[in-house]
Design a protein around this ligand. Structure first.
Ligand SMILES: *[C@@H]1O[C@H](CO)[C@@H](O)[C@H](O)[C@H]1NC(C)=O
Ligand SMILES: *[C@@H]1O[C@H](CO)[C@@H](O)[C@H](O)[C@H]1NC(C)=O
Ligand SMILES: *[C@@H]1O[C@H](CO)[C@@H](O)[C@H](O)[C@H]1NC(C)=O
Length: 162
């Protein structure tokens, strides 16, 4: 089973090092190596990825099928686009409840992986300040199945707009 790794944003550092190394050897071969080196450094696109968030969510959905967790979770089921970051932060906080209640290592790891990827995706968009949005505690409480359905919906929204 594949657990997607959170991505590290090291590309620009690598390129900068490349540039330092090669600026003294600007022969034709040197330029060639420089270009190749930077190309491969930037290849594994280090942007965090909402597709990975979505596949982790689907995995969690199928892992909890056989479990009977009757927690209810604060759920934003109709997020306004101007409040989607706030809503996503609530989803991430509430997701930990599933991990806690399920007491299952696989679910736990998937949840943590998802939170890291989604959180870094949010912060890579800059520190967006939304106002007038509902606090997590003001949201309706839903069962886990409906919670995951709404979560999937908002993750799709992020995927389609990034
Ligand atoms: C995101 O992940 C999917 C599946 O792992 C991959 O096909 C896609 O190229 C990735 N996109 C970016 C921008 O990394
Ligand atoms: C976790 O849950 C999955 C799916 O229900 C199950 O296959 C696995 O054995 C569980 N692992 C542990 C450590 O309980
Ligand atoms: C997301 O990251 C921020 C800062 O890096 C941290 O304060 C916050 O607790 C994280 N959110 C979750 C749900 O882990």
């Amino acid at each position: 089973m594949r657990i997607s790794k959170p991505y590290l944003r090291s590309t620009s550092i690598q390129c900068y090092l490349c540039l330092l190394l090669h600026s003294h050897f600007l022969t034709e071969a040197g330029i060639h190596v420089f270009i190749l080196g930077c190309f491969s450094a930037s290849l594994p696109k280090t942007e965090a990825n909402w597709s990975d968030v979505i596949s982790d969510l689907k995995k969690i959905e199928s892992l909890i099928q056989s479990k009977h967790i009757d927690a209810t979770l604060y759920t934003e089921s109709d997020a306004h686009p101007n409040c989607k970051v706030t809503a996503m932060q609530c989803f991430l906080l509430e997701l930990r409840v599933i991990s806690y209640e399920s007491r299952n290592k696989t679910i736990d790891e998937t949840v943590e992986n998802l939170i890291i990827i989604a959180n870094s995706s949010l912060s890579s968009n800059g520190d967006i300040k939304e106002s007038g949005c509902k606090e997590c505690e003001e949201l309706e409480e839903k069962n886990i199945k409906d919670f995951l359905k709404s979560f999937l919906h908002i993750a799709q929204m992020f995927k389609n707009t990034s």
